[in-house]
Write a protein that binds this ligand. Structure first.
Ligand code: ADP
Length: 528
């Protein structure tokens, strides 16, 4: 259908009561209505749902919406039903339905009443459903939380891998993938797995200019530090994330003893207590929720003023999502995370029982967390680069909103060293991850270097004047500045970018800062 034939603003107003589209919504809606494969990357709260709901409502046929979260599906169905006098306009199809209910769903679809059909990915694999869906007109298939398709996403779900096959059985229907988190690697995986390399891609900015990012070394005094922080934010709402249920209970208790109104929230509490604590937080009967990551899904409290990570998360995706719950209303949002390398080792240990491939991915994601925590460059720039977005640290919105930018370390000229790094990457044939590059620079041997006889090369050990930590800091900054890139297939092997090749020919000034050395400030008895 031609999008121009429909008065989209009128439909928007009619169904949703909004006068204007938000951000990229209108372009996305037009892309879907014109029947093209579409890929949408928008941070949480960006208005993704409307992107497929409006086209579903105006196009002939039924749109299938694949979503992994049953609770959220139900909310969405209720929301759509409230827009219409027709209950059958939206349905969920899953195994909990009775035979009569399934018959009703099928009837509504056949009668052309149902515009949106929500299904969990595992339901879609059931033959009885696919056979039926094959006989009715489908307008498009929307795949929500599309990052679940990628092992490199933070929430890989194997069932998502089958979706493309199943959709093909439904005939030639357009696909729309949507996600709120996707690094360039995950984006590539999604497009590849859904076999839609030429999809219209819409990516909104992930920058949250009102959020202030801060990392503190995690010391023995972490609890009193948190208490001091909360007292400085007296009466304001905040969330404290901990890794374990036990830690959640401990911290909640410590806060209560110190006169701070706080409640725990984790999956070990019964549903009633959880709901009560959540409501207390939403109704502002308590200031602080101490929680595991079980807390926050679908929670929309606009005035959360701080998010504290007592324990560093296992990926920057998680960090971004969890910190993202602060300052939804655009007001103050302080994101404070405590970091200790010991916590990273603990997270690594958790992964030790998993399949090797999964472990490798887990380690690589953790290394990004380490890099983010230890870097002394603009945290916003680092974070946005991770999600494939350029950020201008001079003029970008929110440029001064992190600890590193507010308290800058001394910068030193590193032009020559950058050339050295880039040349070593080039001369080792772009086969190495940063570890081997650093070994080559500092003259350290491992099996890979030996096998390639890199130790016999004239450039081996040319960077001996600086230690490994220094080179690591430099490589992290060179990556963010775009002179090097991580290979998208292996996600680790360093490649020269055209900008890097140009730098070797015509070097320019490159000011670097050393990474933080948190261990120096670490107590002997660090609490982890
Ligand atoms: P996401 O799924 O991307 O997290 P939602 O679809 O839940 O985001 O939308 C976030 C909020 O924005 C919702 O409260 C929604 O009603 C609102 N919203 C969406 N589109 C518009 C619009 N065009 N105008 C005003 N508000 C909108």
């Amino acid at each position: 259908m031609k999008a121009t034939e429909i008065d989209l603003h009128k439909e928007l107003k009619k169904y949703f009561g909004f006068n204007n589209f938000k951000g990229l919504q209108e372009d996305v809606v037009r892309s879907i209505i014109s029947g093209q494969n579409t890929f949408v990357i928008m941070p949480t709260g960006g208005g993704k749902s409307l992107c497929y709901q409006l086209p579903a409502l105006v196009l002939p046929g039924t749109a299938i919406v694949v979503s992994p979260l049953i609770a959220l599906m139900k909310n969405q169905v209720d929301a759509i039903r409230s827009l219409s006098s027709e209950t059958g306009i939206a349905h969920v199809l899953n195994s909990s339905l009775t035979k009569t209910e399934i018959a009703q769903v099928k009837k509504d679809i056949t009668d052309g009443v149902t515009k949106l059909l929500y299904v969990a990915p595992e339901s879609l694999t059931k033959e009885e459903y696919t056979q039926f869906l094959n006989t009715v007109p489908i307008s498009f298939v929307a795949i929500d939380e599309a990052h679940c398709i990628s092992e490199w996403g933070h929430d890989f779900r194997p069932e998502y891998r089958n979706l493309r096959n199943i959709i093909s059985q439904l005939g030639d229907v357009p696909i729309i993938g949507l996600t709120a988190t996707a690094t360039p690697k995950v984006q590539e995986d999604i497009l590849k797995n859904l076999d839609m390399p030429d999809a219209n891609t819409f990516k909104a900015s992930f920058n949250r200019p009102n959020l202030y990012y801060e990392i503190r070394p995690k010391q023995k005094t972490v609890e009193s530090d948190i208490i001091r922080f909360i007292r400085q934010h007296k009466g304001k709402s905040g969330v404290i994330y901990c890794l374990s249920r036990k830690k959640v209970e401990e911290i909640a208790q410590v806060l209560q003893v110190n006169g701070i109104s706080a409640v725990p929230y984790h999956a070990g509490l019964d549903a009633k207590t959880r709901a009560k604590h959540q409501d207390m937080f939403l109704m502002e009967d308590v200031d602080v929720v101490v929680a595991t990551i079980a807390f926050g899904m679908g929670i929309d409290k606009p005035d959360v003023r701080f998010v504290i990570h007592h324990d560093i998360p296992k990926s920057l995706e998680s960090y971004y999502q969890e910190t993202g719950r602060a300052g939804r209303d655009g007001g103050e949002g302080h994101c404070l995370a405590y970091y200790s390398y010991k916590d990273i080792e603990k997270l690594e240990k958790f992964m030790s029982g998993k399949p090797v491939a999964e472990q490798e991915i887990g380690f690589a994601l953790l290394q990004e967390v380490v890099a983010y925590a230890e870097t002394s460059m603009s945290r916003r720039k680092f974070l946005l680069h991770y999600f494939g977005e350029e950020f201008d640290e001079e003029t970008g919105e929110g440029a001064d909103m992190d600890d590193n930018v507010r308290n800058p370390k001394k910068k030193t000229e590193a032009k020559e060293q950058v050339v050295t790094v880039l040349e070593v990457v080039r001369d080792t044939k772009q086969l190495y991850k940063s570890k081997e590059i650093i070994f080559t620079l500092t003259g350290k041997i491992n099996a890979v270097i030996k096998a390639h006889r890199t130790d016999a090369q004239p450039f081996f050990g040319t960077g001996k004047d600086f230690d490994e930590k220094h080179w690591m800091a430099l490589i992290r900054q060179v990556l963010v500045e775009g002179y090097l890139d991580k290979d998208i297939e292996t996600y680790g092997i360093l490649k020269l970018t055209p900008k890097g090749e140009e730098f070797i020919k015509n070097p320019v000034s490159f000011l670097m800062t050393e990474d933080h050395n948190y261990e120096e400030t670490d107590d002997e008895n660090t609490v982890t």
